[in-house]
Design a protein around this ligand. Structure first.
Ligand code: ADE
Length: 225
């Protein structure tokens, strides 16, 4: 898979994408992530990529030209499955979206900034809009990092069998059960007896019940689905 991220603040994406599991996935050749500065496509002498809104009081708006040029150049090099725009005024990203996007080959992610983006970008260039939640960030960069992380970890070979994404919260519509490690007794705080029993069937039943109880307590809306 290849992901191209378009931003005006590439520095914001350096750390989240260059460590740990994502870095290893890149090293193994399972994913290529390219971060591009939209200013590189600006023809303005000050490399500006925004301008005043036609409607008064709306603040600065990201211009269409540099974004169109960036996307056109990328599309001339390969075919893209989606051009994703990260924005709070979109449908909320859920695990099902991550599953679907992890099957794609090439993705462009466009990070918004300032007060908004020229609507023609959304109407004519973007194919999918994603919000990561009902709150407003300073820009789409952290959202792009989150969506990238959620997608890349699902690519076969990225996670080991032990940390397999199949056992994630949400994959079966339930939160994950609690986990414990040694010592079995820490200053009187004990690991549940059943986990020390060595009986796989009992442990599986316990995990299932815990997952259900946890979901019922914390996210009952998931059970309704
Ligand atoms: N940009 C700003 N806020 C955002 C959000 N909640 N989701 C995606 N992109 C955003």
């Amino acid at each position: 898979m290849r992901i191209d991220i378009l931003t005006v603040v590439p520095e914001l994406l350096e750390s989240p994408l260059n460590h740990s599991i994502l870095q290893r996935a890149k090293d193994k050749g399972l994913v290529e992530i390219h971060v591009h500065n939209i200013r590189d496509w600006s023809e303005d002498k000050h490399k500006r990529v925004d301008d005043y809104a036609f409607s008064k009081g709306a603040g600065m708006v990201m211009s269409i030209a540099p974004i169109d040029k960036a996307i056109t150049e990328l599309k001339s090099q390969r075919e893209y499955d989606e051009v994703i725009f990260l924005t709070p005024d979109a449908r909320q990203f859920v695990q099902r979206d991550a599953n679907q996007l992890s099957l794609k080959k090439n993705l462009i992610m466009l990070c918004g900034h300032y007060k908004g983006i020229d609507q023609r970008v959304r109407d004519h260039l973007v194919t999918l809009e994603i919000s990561i939640g009902d709150y407003v960030l300073t820009g789409g960069e952290l959202a792009a990092a989150i969506v990238t992380d959620a997608i890349v970890r699902l690519i076969p070979g990225v996670l080991s069998d032990e940390t397999s994404a199949l056992t994630d919260s949400f994959q079966d519509g339930l939160l994950t059960p609690p986990v414990y490690t040694r010592p079995a007794d820490y200053n009187g705080w004990k690991v549940p007896e059943v986990l020390l029993s060595g009986n796989d069937k009992l442990v599986d039943d316990w995990k299932q019940e815990q997952a259900y109880q946890r979901t019922k307590a914390i996210r009952p809306d998931l059970l309704d689905k």
